[in-house]
Design a protein around this ligand. Structure first.
Ligand code: BES
Ligand code: MN
Ligand code: MN
Length: 461
């Protein structure tokens, strides 16, 4: 039997009465140290996968844990809503490393509730946000005994390291994973009190470069001036990446960039953006970026090049007069729709290599990546999501793009041919990937309610 609005209302009451239980569940999840990047946490990553599997199973879904070459993928489905759409829910149970630990006010894996937020690594990215959908599905099945739509949960453990094995999983299980739309809560609201639907994400490509000079560090007095210094050269290479106006100098970098339409620029310009408050929260006295674009355009719709780390030479106390043997850097690029990662890497490699003087060996390694994308903000799916959010948050969401990347979203499009509803319950000031990560309890509550309502709204599409 199709579910009704009255069914939803019973679910809403249940959610209201059980908010404390959901908070306890999130705390248990956050105590698991599921850092995907660092092999010493492998047993903890496994424990997180098992936690998710148990939650989905006890909610009433059929579950399987799929082993991969890396961390496991948890799958859970409930497919008894005959004739109703099938919704793929994606999330990730892995988290970023908690370093630097000493900057945390309370330990990263001992969740602490203060000023209306729960503080822990993974609170907003993505354990808390992901659980909202588990909670809402569990509540529907508990109270009503069925869901308004069919659901397929894919919860992975390698998002923070590039989702390499997930792509293979999606390709190998296309039939099982067939869905009409995907839902992902792994982004942010626009601002406190301003919920958002994200209709675009930037992509990413990244690399590591290494410059090798003399076979070992040399005395800079005996040999300085007569051989190339890898750290000097590296600094020159990095300085060549941008011009004085913040434009990236790699040949062809902007060639395929999808430009912003005047209409979209106006829409972004109309958002209630408090730029001063954002920079204040970030601890910077002013913004900086590509000239000719606003801060939101720079963050969401323009490609970037950033050095993520740099090393070489002596870093200890006091002076040490050497010519270092080696220098290196990690560089990442945020990409916008139509840019091609392979083309950019090839151009970058040649651009840098050509600048190296004789005596420097240049090596280049390309990392994971994914393309940028934009969805149609006017689709029926978007309207359903908007109605669900309006019910839960009391105001309609604004439509935004985001600068971060969620690799699977482009894979969903390529492999399954489906769009994704990016419904973020977090805030940009939640310190994701940073010390003192947090998630507001109100966002957790409203997100769970919006998710419960979303199933109801999507059933009629
Ligand atoms: N949840 C984030 C991405 C995000 C956050 C998008 C907020 C928009 C708003 C995700 O977990 C993430 O950190 N992605 C990585 C992907 C990379 C490791 C391939 C990123 O963007 O750096
Ligand atoms: Mn995330
Ligand atoms: Mn992340």
């Amino acid at each position: 039997m199709p579910t009704t609005l009255a069914d939803f209302q019973r679910v809403e009451e249940y959610l209201h009465a059980h908010q404390q239980d959901f908070i306890e569940k999130l705390k248990t999840f956050l105590r698991i140290e599921s850092v995907s990047a660092d092999s010493k946490f492998i047993p903890e990553v496994k424990r997180a996968a098992e936690f998710v599997e148990q939650e989905l199973a006890s909610a009433g879904l059929e579950t399987t844990i799929y082993e991969t070459a890396g961390h496991p993928i948890v799958y859970g489905s409930w497919l008894k809503a005959e004739g109703a759409p099938t919704v793929m829910v994606y999330g990730h149970y892995d988290v970023q490393p908690a370093d630097p630990y000493h900057l945390w006010k309370t330990p990263p894996f001992e969740p602490d509730i203060r000023d209306g937020h729960i503080y822990a690594r993974g609170a907003t990215d993505d354990k808390g946000q992901m659980l909202t959908h588990v909670n809402s599905a569990a509540s529907w099945l508990k109270v009503v005994g069925e869901l308004p739509v069919n659901v397929k949960f894919v919860i992975e453990g390698e998002e923070e390291v590039g989702s390499d094995n997930l792509e293979k999983f999606l390709n190998e299980h296309q039939e099982m994973l067939k869905s009409d739309i995907a839902v992902v809560s792994d982004t942010s609201q626009f601002a406190p009190g301003v919920p958002a639907i994200t209709y675009g994400l930037r992509g990413i490509t990244a690399c590591e470069i290494k410059l090798t000079g003399p076979a070992q560090d040399l005395h800079s007095g005996l040999f300085g001036g007569s051989v190339a210094n890898p750290v000097n050269v590296l600094a020159k290479l990095i300085a060549s990446l941008h011009d004085a106006d913040g434009h990236v100098q790699i040949p062809g970098f902007y060639e395929d960039v999808l430009p912003l339409s005047e209409e979209e620029r106006t829409q972004l310009g109309d958002l209630p953006f408090d730029e001063a408050a954002l920079f204040d929260a970030l601890g910077v006295s002013a913004g900086y970026g590509e000239s000719g674009f606003s801060t939101l355009e720079r963050r969401w719709a323009r490609p970037t090049c950033d050095v993520n780390g740099i090393w070489g030479g002596y870093q200890g106390e006091g002076p040490k007069t050497i010519i270092p043997s080696e220098a290196g850097a990690k560089i990442s690029f945020r990409l916008v729709p139509n840019q091609n990662a392979e083309k950019i890497n090839a151009s970058l490699k040649t651009f840098l290599q050509n600048q190296c003087p004789p005596g420097i060996k240049f090596s280049y390694q390309q990392f994971h990546g994914c393309g940028g994308l934009v969805f149609d903000p006017n689709s029926g799916w978007m309207k359903s999501a908007s109605a669900a959010i309006e019910h839960a948050f009391g105001v309609a969401p604004v439509f935004i793009r985001e600068g971060g990347s969620i690799p699977v979203v482009s894979t969903f499009k390529e492999v399954l041919g489906i769009d994704t509803l990016l419904l973020g319950w977090g805030q940009t000031t939640d310190n994701l990937h940073s010390p003192n990560e947090r998630f507001s309890l109100e966002g957790y509550r409203q997100g769970t309610l919006a998710s419960a309502r979303l199933w109801h709204e999507l059933a009629s599409l």
